[in-house]
Design a protein around this ligand. Structure first.
Ligand SMILES: [Zn+2]
Length: 397
């Protein structure tokens, strides 16, 4: 659940409960006890809105004593306990509600949903799964049931089940889930590759692209598979599509292209490819790989031209500076050469701790690409910074 919705849940429940109480009051003769009850409700709502959950809980416990049959009161209380981290108490309350024989179908569904969330929060994934499956069977709260089931399967790394749940979530809510579903397929690709089932992996990557034609990860995976099979031309095609989808990922994709051209023995064609498929003026990764290739090819003249030109730029790529320092160290001797070596060492050490990637949803920073953000659990939101000049994660990714 989104953090904000999470906070609103008890308030929303309390509001419903309050309005139910008021409409009941309009229909029935007012009694002193009910007046007091409603005043408590208002006070409880005030506490919730002012985020004084301790006072709200104490008041709700009193209310439960006054009217122990009120399911909604118990639901609010359970949610509050969970919000405070007292998940055991929340579980007991929600289990007690479900055990009541006189529950309406809507009340039962709400209680099941809350109990499932309790189990999920407690890390009891099997029990959460059972409860959300029961909720799904009721035909009520379908959006929540399938969303939480997808979350459970995601944590269990049951990707096929996660795909099924996310598709059902999408149908129940009209909320697009194609990005998430494509990444589930990509997770299956990784599993199949590890198991040596390359054909299945290839078909999962195709499934990912069928769900989300913009899934850059699936293009990269397809390129990796084709490259590992020696099908270099097709691999280059797939990487080129990835490059065209999102230029932010050019360090990741160009690194693979560089390796593919090397394996294919066509590295001499790589500079033309880079200049044709990237904007070398704005893409520091493209220039960085040109430096590497010219060095590999022993093309000293182009290498020197590129390095000197880079030093004249306003924003210089530190990795290209490293190559420049290396060249200067090799072309000098004695104390001057030692000075360049010291500078190389310092820069290398600084680059090792540079956070080159960030999550566009929660701001999480990392020097690695994560397809699912470890901070907010969103898929496909971690990406290299907009103007990446440092690629410390290239080789470790
Ligand atoms: Zn995030």
């Amino acid at each position: 659940m989104e953090p904000l919705l999470w906070l609103l849940l008890p308030v929303a429940a309390a509001s419903g409960w309050l309005s139910a109480r008021y409409s009941g009051r309009r229909r029935a003769t007012l009694r002193d006890g009910q007046n007091a009850f409603s005043e408590h409700c208002l006070q409880g709502l005030n506490y919730l809105l002012s985020e004084q959950s301790d006072k709200a809980i104490s008041l709700l416990v009193d209310l439960v004593d006054v009217d122990e049959d009120t399911v909604e009161t118990h639901l609010v209380l359970g949610s509050l306990f969970r919000r405070r981290g007292e998940v055991d108490r929340a579980i007991r309350i929600h289990q007690n509600i479900i055990a009541r024989p006189s529950l309406s179908p809507a009340q039962k569904a709400n209680a099941l949903q809350q109990l499932g969330i309790d189990f999920l929060k407690a890390g009891l994934l099997d029990r959460a799964e059972n409860i959300f499956l029961k909720l799904a069977e009721t035909g009520r709260n379908q959006e929540h049931a399938w969303r939480y089931l997808a979350s459970v399967y995601e944590r269990e790394k049951e990707w096929a089940k996660a795909i099924h749940a996310a598709v059902r979530h999408q149908k129940a809510s009209d909320s697009p889930q194609h990005v998430r579903i494509a990444h589930y397929h990509c997770e299956l690709v990784e599993e199949q590759v590890k198991a040596g089932k390359i054909e299945q992996a290839e078909s999962e990557a195709k499934a990912a692209l069928a769900v989300d034609p913009d899934c850059i990860r699936a293009y990269i995976q397809t390129g990796d598979i084709l490259s590992s099979r020696g099908n270099f031309n097709a691999a280059v095609k797939s990487f080129r599509k990835a490059l065209a989808k999102d230029r932010h990922f050019s360090p990741v994709v160009l690194n693979r292209l560089y390796k593919t051209f090397t394996k294919a023995g066509t590295l001499a064609d790589f500079p033309v490819f880079v200049r044709k498929n990237t904007d070398c003026n704005t893409d520091a990764a493209a220039r960085y790989f040109l430096v590497r290739v010219y060095k590999d090819l022993g093309d000293e003249q182009r290498l020197h031209e590129l390095l000197y030109k880079e030093m004249e730029r306003k924003e210089v790529s530190p990795y290209i500076v490293l190559a420049y320092l290396e060249m200067m160290r090799e072309n000098t001797s004695g104390d001057i050469s030692a000075s360049f070596a010291a500078l190389e060492k310092t820069l290398t050490s600084r680059l090792g701790t540079y956070m080159a990637c960030h999550c566009t949803h929660c701001g999480f920073e990392s020097n690695l690409i994560f397809w699912q953000c470890p901070g907010c659990q969103h898929w496909g939101t971690v990406r290299p910074h907009q103007n990446p000049v440092e690629y410390s994660w290239l080789d470790s990714e």
